[in-house]
Ligand binder design. Structure first.
Ligand SMILES: O=c1[nH]c(=O)c2[nH]c(=O)[nH]c2[nH]1
Length: 330
C-alpha cells in the first residue's frame, strides 16, 4: 500500500511510568509524595510520523526531565491535581506547536507512623498502609494561544474492602438460567475503583514558562495541607479535601449500608461524594463483586450453607461480578 492511501488520524506520545519521589522539608518536619507520572502530548507533530521529521519532536526523555524539574521547583508538588495542572500548563506554554497535554498521576500511599509511646504522627517516618492509589487525570487544551481549558478527574483504585454481614441479594430474575440462591446474608468484598470529575476550568496561558505559576485563584484560603478553607471547598483547588472525603464516604457507606446489592450500595456512595463536594460534577464507581462461596459440607453431615451457619468460604478469584455506574449532579 502506498502512503497516499492512508492518513494519520491521531497521534499522541510521551513518557509513561515516570517514577518520582519528593521530600519537602519544613525544618525537621517532612512531607513526602511518591508518584508514577504519565505525560503525553498532542499537537502539530504529524510529520514526525509521516515524514520521519524529528524537528517537531520534544523527546520523551525531555518530557521526563521536565517532570523531574517541576517536581524540584513547583510549589504544587504535594497535591497531584495541582502538580499535573502545573506540569501540563508548563509544557503548553513552552512549546507553541503542542496543543494538548494528558497528565496522569498515580500516587502511592505513604502515611505517617505513629510511634507507640508518642501521641503525634512522626515527622519523618512513614508506612505503606494500603495498596490503594490515588489516581489523577488532567487533560489540558490550549485555546487561541491565550487560554488553557482543563479537565480534571481524580479518584481511587485498588481499595480492597470486605464485610462479613450486612449484605443480601434477593428478588432477582429467576428463570431457566438461574442457579444462584437468594441470600439474606452474604459476604461482600470489592476492590473499589472510583473516578470523580470536577467542573472544567480555564487557566490563562502562562506567558513565560519560567514564571512557574498557573493562576491558583487568589481568593482561596488554604490550610497547612493545602485544603481549601471556606469558599471553593469541594472544588478542584480543594483536591486534597475532596480526596479525603471521597475515601471516607466510600468506606463509611460500604461499612454501614444494609446492602441490597452492589448496585444499590454503589449509588449511595456516589450520592454522598456528590453531596459533600460542590465542585464534583459526576462520579463513576467500578466495583467487582469478589465472590466468597460457602463450602458445601452436607456430605459429612455439617451445615455450612444456612447463612447463619456459613463460616467456611472459598474466595473465588475469577470470575467476579463487575458493577459500574456514573452518577451525575443534576
Ligand atoms: O449485588 C449483586 N448484584 C448482581 O447483579 C449480582 N449478580 C449475582 O450473581 N450476584 C450479584 N450481586
Amino acid at each position: 500500500m502506498s502512503t497516499s492511501e492512508v492518513t494519520l488520524t491521531s497521534a499522541r506520545y510521551g513518557k509513561d511510568k515516570v517514577r518520582l519521589f519528593r521530600v519537602k522539608r519544613e525544618g525537621s518536619f517532612h512531607y513526602i509524595v511518591e508518584y508514577n507520572v504519565t505525560v503525553l502530548i498532542e499537537g502539530d507533530i504529524d510529520v514526525a510520523y509521516t515524514e520521519a521529521d524529528n524537528g517537531v519532536v520534544v523527546a520523551t526523555d525531555s518530557l521526563k526531565n521536565i517532570t523531574y524539574y517541576l517536581a524540584k521547583v513547583s510549589d504544587h508538588i504535594l497535591i497531584p491535581e495541582r502538580f499535573a495542572l502545573h506540569l501540563g500548563t508548563h509544557i503548553l506554554s513552552k512549546y507553541a506547536h503542542i496543543h494538548k497535554a494528558f497528565i496522569t498521576i498515580e500516587q502511592l500511599r505513604w502515611s505517617r507512623i505513629t510511634v507507640s509511646d508518642e501521641e503525634k504522627p512522626h515527622p519523618h517516618s512513614f508506612i505503606r498502609d494500603g495498596d490503594d492509589k490515588r489516581i489523577v487525570e488532567v487533560v489540558l487544551e490550549k485555546e487561541d494561544g491565550v487560554e488553557i481549558t482543563g479537565k480534571v478527574s481524580a479518584g481511587i483504585s485498588d481499595l480492597l474492602v470486605l464485610k462479613s454481614t450486612g449484605s443480601a441479594f434477593e428478588g432477582f430474575i429467576r428463570d431457566e438460567y438461574t442457579t444462584l440462591v437468594e441470600v439474606s446474608d452474604r459476604i461482600f468484598s470489592t476492590s473499589v475503583d472510583l473516578t470523580y470529575t470536577f467542573s472544567p476550568l480555564s487557566i490563562p496561558l502562562p506567558r513565560d514558562p519560567a514564571l512557574l505559576d498557573f493562576n491558583v485563584p487568589k481568593y482561596l484560603v488554604f490550610d497547612r495541607q493545602g485544603g481549601v478553607v471556606g469558599e471553593g471547598k469541594g472544588g478542584v483547588w480543594d483536591a486534597l479535601g475532596v480526596a479525603e472525603r471521597a475515601r471516607t464516604a466510600t468506606l463509611d457507606v460500604f461499612a454501614t449500608d444494609e446492602s441490597a446489592s452492589v448496585q444499590a450500595t454503589l449509588f449511595k456512595m456516589a450520592q454522598r461524594v456528590i453531596a459533600e463536594n460542590a465542585g464534583v460534577q459526576d462520579v463513576t464507581y467500578k466495583l467487582p463483586n469478589k465472590h466468597y462461596i460457602p463450602v458445601d459440607m452436607k456430605y459429612i453431615g455439617v451445615d455450612n450453607l444456612t447463612p447463619s451457619k456459613a463460616e467456611v468460604f472459598v474466595p473465588v478469584s475469577a470470575p467476579s461480578g463487575l458493577i459500574s455506574a456514573t452518577i451525575s449532579r443534576k
